[in-house]
Ligand binder design. Structure first.
Ligand code: ADP
Ligand code: MG
Length: 230
């Protein structure tokens, strides 16, 4: 079953001087449960593409369906709602809130979910922290955590809303090789255990092999998608 279908997807940034063609006529079809990497050098369009899939930005032309929804038709508020219900995000620089504990960081995306009672909310947060092996550190502040631990908390935060899809933009760029590898293994385990589709970007050749599908971008063009070694 397809989760994401892109047809002739293009994005041009209009700057003062020039128009930057960040994505050009990109086509792909990503299945539910995929563990897929978009790879390519800096400037090849990875972040632009993940932003479109995550409904953070709109394409210039083409079509994009995510979880059966034509995301081009969503207004700003609808897009925000769609993200809240369907998409979890993981960032290169972890983006934890410095004044909140690990527990509170993971709880944060649930605070707005009104139908959840406090006890259920707590339960979900603890479950997510347990899944990433961070239960013991739940009361620690981000500054007390290593890079790998921060990214584990960020993964728990992405999972806690029970999204269909997690998008991770260069999630291992600030981690050493061994930690990067562990984070990739953890993401794959979350895919296996919860059936959540994971799409990440990287230009790190050391972890590209962990992806099950590798899609290569160059100058905004999707050159190919092929089976990885993961
Ligand atoms: P990557 O994530 O692979 O490094 P990006 O998607 O960030 O690539 O960028 C693709 C191209 O689009 C680059 O040439 C970049 O300079 C340009 N670009 C990205 N974001 C913007 C923006 N907001 N305004 C103008 N140009 C942009
Ligand atoms: Mg980028």
């Amino acid at each position: 079953m397809s989760l994401i279908v892109a047809k002739s997807l293009s994005k041009t940034y209009a700057t003062d001087s020039v128009a930057v063609k960040a994505l050009q006529e990109v086509n792909f079809d990503i299945e539910v449960g995929a563990f897929l990497a978009f790879v390519g050098p800096s400037g090849s369009g990875k972040t632009t593409l993940l932003n479109l899939i995550g409904c953070l930005d709109k394409p210039t032309s083409g079509s994009l369906q995510v979880a059966g929804v034509d995301v081009l038709k969503l207004g700003r508020r609808q897009a925000a709602e769609f993200r809240g219900q369907n998409v979890g995000f993981i960032f290169q620089s972890f983006n934890l809130i410095a004044v909140l504990t690990a527990f509170e960081n993971v709880e944060y995306p649930l605070v707005m979910v009104q139908e959840l009672r406090p006890a259920e909310r707590r339960d979900r947060v603890l479950k997510a922290l347990k899944a990433v092996g961070m239960l013991e550190q739940k009361n620690q502040m981000p500054e007390q955590l290593s890079g790998g631990q921060k990214q584990r908390v960020a993964i728990a935060r992405a999972l806690v809303t029970q999204p269909k899809l997690v998008l991770a933009d260069e999630p291992t760029a600030n981690l050493d090789h061994e930690t990067a590898y562990m984070i990739l293994r953890l993401m794959k385990q979350m895919r296996d255990n919860f059936g959540i589709t994971f799409i990440f970007s990287t230009h790190d050749t050391r972890i590209i092999g962990e992806a099950e599908i590798v899609c290569t971008l160059e100058d905004g063009k999707l050159l190919r998608c092929e089976a990885g070694h993961g």
